[in-house]
Design a protein around this ligand. Sequence first.
Ligand code: ADP
Ligand code: 5GP
Length: 208
Amino acid sequence: MQQKTKGSIFIISAPSGAGKTTLCRKVMAKLGNIVPSVSYTTREPRTGEVQNVDYTFVSHTEFRKMIGKGDFVEWAEVHGNLYGTSKKRLEKLMASGVDVLLDIDTQGARQIKDSYDGGVFIFILPPSLTVLGERLKKRMSNTRERSDDIQRRLSKAEDEIKDYDMYDYVIINDELTSSLRKFEAVITAERLSSSKITMSWIKRNIFR
Ligand code: ADP
Ligand code: 5GP
């Protein structure tokens, strides 16, 4: 029986390359009823990325226009590119009752924390900075990223990790299957929260 009456938001951050995209894709495929919030960005698409699926890729001018109109629930400059979460998209998804995954950086997470009452904050850590560097290099070989991008991301990682205590949960992404199980456990626990049901739901579904 579906116990939940309203959707939750899960805010996921990690240093670039820690495995957030991989984990988010797998957890959504496994659990169902949870969808990504597709962000807007000014960065160039990587090979295989699809418009309006991975991101909505827009120009700087378009992005700035959206900031001016107050279209973003949060936005930030990350590694020289702009990224933002559309207020309209997020509200529409939440109203439909599904859970929403926000894969955003620590600056964006902070803005959501300050402006939104609720949300489950999850931080993904790499096993070490050395392993993070190896994962970034491996990904670079499949994309148009350059080695100076990797250096930039690695030097930012240390600063981002210092924000770990803003999050409710920390998952060290060492072995993928085990990390995925932990991620699922957090989402499942949130779905079982007593705050997710109401007395009227109990009257309709249990008192019968
Ligand atoms: P992010 O979204 O955090 O930038 P990705 O999900 O793109 O990171 O992962 C970065 C690279 O590391 C990818 O090549 C991915 O396949 C790999 N990766 C992710 N998780 C693991 C893991 N647990 N063990 C080994 N490699 C991993
Ligand atoms: P990438 O370019 O590797 O896809 O993402 C780089 C960083 O931007 C990641 O840390 C990712 O979480 C973050 N990011 C993606 N979308 C958004 C967004 O809408 N807002 C913010 N603040 N960060 C985002």
